[in-house]
Design a protein around this ligand. Structure first.
Ligand code: DGT
Ligand code: CA
Ligand code: CA
Length: 572
């Protein structure tokens, strides 16, 4: 049974959480967190690296001890250090750290004083009004805790896209390798490139007599066969993911792909158009008087219905059908349109790689520019830069650009927006940068009005360029902070500021709807990876997916511009 990178990273993160709650040495905690980050962001599977006998200590932040732990995890699926920690304190306490406002000290207090051992215990204590009785806790915290637990219960049934990919890819490879199998395609929300997926919907075409179903339920990771028939089966995998598989005849492949890609609302609307033309559309094809007139490909179906082909990302019945009928669909932005990255970190703050290493990675990506935007001083846990260290970095970038013979690296900083809306560094040092990426990193629980005003005040600073991760959410982990995005976008347009689609698969704020709002309000967005290592630069595609779901075209995206045009656009 393959252990996925995300499982290894989760184990390290959980261990770090538990050690933190116990009050362990912060360096040890940090080492596990860094290891989690490295493993999670790594393009190759640890299981494969271990199988190949690769030297894991070459990975950033991985020493011999951590390498050994990764090998153990890959080989046994277990992390003994985590087992030991869980014998001392309940593992479920780590889930509590995900609740905004609950840090390790508070979780420890809840555990010791209220004997809370699980989220259920915590919800019960909140409902009984016990939490407010603890020193340092109030009724507001109590209410938030309850709200958050209820919210988590709803979201955790959906998997983040990157996790779904880790599960889908080897399964697709496995199915594809069956003799007689032709096409294997993951449809559903996965194909629509949603940020989270509920389950996987896989379509298979195969030659007569191919034992697709038998082999599917025989897959190593299957723990439960929910249902099984001649042409369809549903299973649950070891990871908890449910998979629907359908075997479809080649003549129906396009129709089935269309049907199972959805979204349901899109399907219903398209079927209505077919009906209005006296046709019948289902997963077997498009029919006229019982005769199949289309079905092999999606293109054929759309064409016969008098529509332009609609990209899966747009199929939500949010106006794409009308646009397709009038040939007014957007020309969606693509990864190849992106000329550079506007948000990245180095070892100077909490990144894993040196400036030079990041520069070479940017060259390997074919970029015209890469903004180096390490944290500012307020983010002490990330070793944020003060004016002096930032000045040194500016000089280092100038020297490196000279050496490279072109201004590849943009001098930037991820500047903290302080609680009063001021920026975390003095104007004179900010003025020396090419670009300022500004972000909220604390005081997430201000009221909507206060949070909005805090950011509006920050935008009043003429050095403000791009609002980074504009809602602060972490998918399935931390709710977005309350903020009036529309008001911020209007102000951004008025002030010549921008926002980023943060391409990190845990973040992906702006959402698809927010991207669309940005487009309507005339605000260009940056698609930025927020890379903390060279591997992190590969996250770009997740941001592009999100932008595509938000109908964005190359022209709507800041970093599709050449360096000189970009800098002109940034000038306020
Ligand atoms: P998910 O899994 O919650 O992330 O979202 P989907 O969109 O993958 O939904 P799922 O897995 O329930 O179904 C896959 C596709 O099958 C869906 O996008 C559209 C199609 N579908 C499912 N149920 C219906 C239905 O009742 N009517 C129609 N027209 N299509 C349906
Ligand atoms: Ca699905
Ligand atoms: Ca499904």
């Amino acid at each position: 049974m393959t252990v996925h990178n995300s499982e290894i990273a989760d184990a390290f993160d959980k261990l770090a959480d538990l050690l933190e709650i116990e009050g362990a040495n912060p360096f040890r905690v940090r080492a596990y967190r860094n290891a989690a980050l490295t493993v999670r962001g790594h393009p190759h599977s640890m299981a494969e690296l271990v199988a190949q006998g690769a030297d894991l200590t070459e990975l950033p932040g991985i020493g011999e001890e951590l390498a050994e732990k990764i090998r153990t995890l890959v080989n046994t699926g277990e992390l003994p250090a985590l087992k030991k920690a869980e014998a001392r304190i309940p593992g479920a306490l780590s889930l509590m750290l995900k609740i905004p406002g609950l840090g390790p000290k508070r979780v420890k207090a809840l555990h010791e004083q209220l004997k809370v051992r699980s989220l259920q215990d915590l919800a019960r204590a909140a409902r009984r009004g016990l939490i407010r009785t603890l020193p340092g806790f109030g009724t507001r915290t109590e209410a938030r805790i309850l709200e958050q637990i209820e919210r988590q219960a709803q979201v955790e049934r959906r998997s983040k896209r990157i996790v779904a990919e880790e599960i889908a890819r080897p399964l697709v490879d496995y199915l594809q390798a069956i003799k007689g199998v032709k096409q294997v395609t993951v449809a559903g929300s996965y194909r629509r490139r949603k940020e989270t997926v509920g389950d996987l919907d896989i379509l298979v075409t195969a030659g007569r007599g191919t034992p697709v179903m038998a082999r599917f339920i025989d897959y190593d990771e299957v723990v439960e066969v929910v249902s099984q028939g001649e042409t369809r089966a549903t299973v649950r995998l070891h990871s908890g993911m449910q998979v629907d598989l359908r075997l479809v005849p080649q003549v129906s492949y396009g129709a089935a792909l269309h049907y199972f890609t959805g979204a349901k609302a899109h399907n219903i609307a398209v079927r209505r158009i077919a009906v209005a033309q006296g046709l019948k559309l289902n997963e077997y094809g498009l029919f006229e008087d019982g005769k199949r007139i289309a079905g092999r490909s999606e293109h054929e179906i759309y064409r016969r219905l008098g529509m332009a082909y609609i990209e899966p990302e747009l199929r939500e019945n949010h106006g794409e059908i009308e646009a397709a009928q009038h040939n007014r669909l957007p020309q969606l932005v693509e990864v190849k349109d992106i000329r550079g990255d506007l948000h990245s970190h180095t070892k100077a703050s909490d990144g894993h790689d040196e400036l030079r290493t990041m520069a070479h990675a940017a060259i390997a990506h074919g970029y015209d520019y890469l903004a180096i935007s390490d944290h500012s001083r307020h983010v002490t846990v990330a070793h944020g830069l003060d004016a002096e260290r930032l000045a040194q970095q500016i000089d280092a970038i100038d020297r490196l650009n000279d050496e490279l013979g072109r201004p590849l690296l943009l001098k930037a900083c991820e500047v903290d927006i302080l609680e009063d809306g001021s920026l975390d560094l003095p104007d004179d040092i900010l003025a020396r940068l090419d670009l300022r990426v500004c972000a909220v990193h604390y005081q997430f629980n201000l009221s909507r009005r206060k949070q909005t005003e805090r950011i509006l005040r920050a935008m009043d600073n003429p050095h403000f360029n791009i609002l980074a991760h504009p809602t602060g959410r972490l998918i399935n982990q931390r709710a977005p902070y309350e903020v009036d995005l529309e008001r911020l976008m209007r102000a951004a347009v008025a002030n010549g500021c921008f926002m980023e689609v943060n391409a990190n698969p845990d973040r992906l704020d702006l959402t698809d709807d927010a991207c669309r709002m940005a487009k309507e309000l005339g605000m260009k967005v940056a698609i930025s990876t927020d890379a903390h290592s060279t591997a992190g630069l590969d996250y770009l595609r997740f941001g592009v997916d999100q932008a595509r779901r938000g109908w964005l075209e190359a022209n709507d995206v800041l970093n599709t511009r050449s360096r000189s045009r970009l800098l002109r656009l940034l000038r306020r």
